[in-house]
Design a protein around this ligand. Structure first.
Ligand SMILES: [Zn+2]
Length: 406
């Protein structure tokens, strides 16, 4: 029926713009399942040839493990719980930066499903002479992990690296992360949604097709998939959006089935956020305490953060519209019946997340006999699910191309 709404946001033009503004920026893409332990806000490296200090700032105290790796480039590795990397204020899955002193440069990424890793590539052998943590003394300060690196002989480095040399390969090879698709089966529990003449309920249809779509996407091995519900339970609309955001969704798809006044009305339609709905985004953000990744850098003037937040919202909206067009086209190709002007806009609450591309698919009309039959036919559902999966492939393929072109 209706109400509802999720981040691979490839902000190429945004990155370009930010670079023009002189703001160091990293390619962006969000996190995987399990909420991150915290946010790394900066990595600072200072030093002139000899003693080098590395400071990692985070919003919460982070447990960490430091060790040296001798294989290949000599490096210092800092393992962390899974964090959001929000260096320069924009969140990214991975990135790199310039070093100083004994550190030639650094790289960071998510390392496993539950850990993140910061790697310091050394310009010359060095050992960790001192390490300590600092808690913030005022609300303007962050938690800090501080490492002091001293130059050392090759032998001293090799000895220090000795025990921990089992470390995995360079981080760059491990960060291939699948996009996370969050599927939101509409309604559930005490809220049945629309009904068909024969008594079918929308909440059951959306859950069944969402599950089928999840299996199709997982089968392709290209995506991670989460569902806002996988049983017949009631979930508030804002909890659906919050869940998708907390998971770091790259794309959010809400599934619904419509009800019409006339039984003759039939066909699927795809909704993205309307301009009316956009006005609700700010309200929803404040109400739910949704912090955009760009807003966390307190070292920047608030106005700059606000401009960046606006850019992210606008880009998210463009992404959503792009996906909706692909979805409408893909459904038509899959010979799934669609309404005219298949892509429409409305202020559905579940579409309000400011930084996750999102679309709501009304798969057809419960009140139309042919639509209801199609949505319950295993064979026809397969077409629908493949059509949606094809549009998702197109969406992420085109992003890969944009990235590749940069
Ligand atoms: Zn609905």
């Amino acid at each position: 029926m209706h109400p509802e709404r999720a981040q691979t946001v490839v902000r190429v033009w945004l990155l370009t713009l930010l670079s023009a503004l002189g703001l160091g920026v990293l390619a962006t893409a969000p996190a995987v399942a399990d909420p991150p332990a915290g946010r790394v806000l900066s990595v600072r490296i200072g030093g002139e040839g000899s003693a080098t200090r590395v400071v990692v700032e985070s919003d919460v105290a982070l447990k960490y493990h430091v060790f040296l790796l001798a294989a290949g480039t000599q490096r210092v590795v800092i393992d962390l719980p899974r964090v959001r990397w929000s260096l320069s204020g924009l969140t990214s899955q991975s990135g790199s930066g310039k070093g100083s002193g004994v550190v030639a440069g650094y790289r960071y990424a998510q390392n496993t499903a539950t850990t993140s890793r910061l790697v310091l590539d050394l310009a010359k052998p060095a050992i960790v002479a001192r390490e300590f943590v600092l808690a913030p003394k005022s609300k303007d300060e962050h938690h800090r992990i501080v490492l002091d690196l001293d130059p050392a002989s090759a032998e001293a480095f090799a000895e220090a690296a000795g025990g921990d040399n089992s470390g995995p390969q360079p981080v760059a090879q491990q960060i291939a992360r699948k996009p996370l698709i969050v599927i939101d089966p509409g309604h559930g529990g005490k809220d049945p949604g629309a009904s068909s003449k024969s008594g079918l309920q929308e909440k059951d249809i959306t859950l069944a097709i969402a599950t089928q779509l999840r299996d199709e996407l997982l089968g392709s091995k290209r995506y991670d998939v989460a569902m806002t519900r996988s049983t017949d339970i009631f979930i508030e609309l804002e909890d659906r959006v919050t869940k998708a955001r907390n998971l770091g969704a790259d794309l959010f798809i809400a599934l619904h089935a419509d009800a019409g006044a006339k039984p003759s009305v039939s066909g699927a339609s795809v909704y993205t956020l309307s301009s009316e709905g956009e006005k609700r985004v700010d309200g929803a953000r404040k109400q739910n305490d949704w912090i955009l990744d760009v807003e966390v850098d307190s070292s920047r003037p608030e106005m700059v953060n606000q401009i960046l937040a606006d850019l992210v919202q606008r880009e998210t909206k463009n992404q959503s519209a792009r996906f909706a067009q692909m979805l409408a086209g893909s459904l038509a190709e899959a010979e799934w019946p669609t309404l005219q002007n298949t892509h429409r806009k409305r202020g559905f609450y579940v579409l309000l997340s400011p930084d996750v591309p999102a679309a709501l698919l009304e798969m057809g009309f419960m009140t139309n006999e042919a639509d209801a039959a199609a949505m319950t036919s295993e064979r026809k559902r397969k077409k629908l699910v493949q059509g949606v999966a094809h549009a998702i492939d197109q969406f992420f393929d085109s992003q890969t191309r944009i990235v590749a072109a940069k």
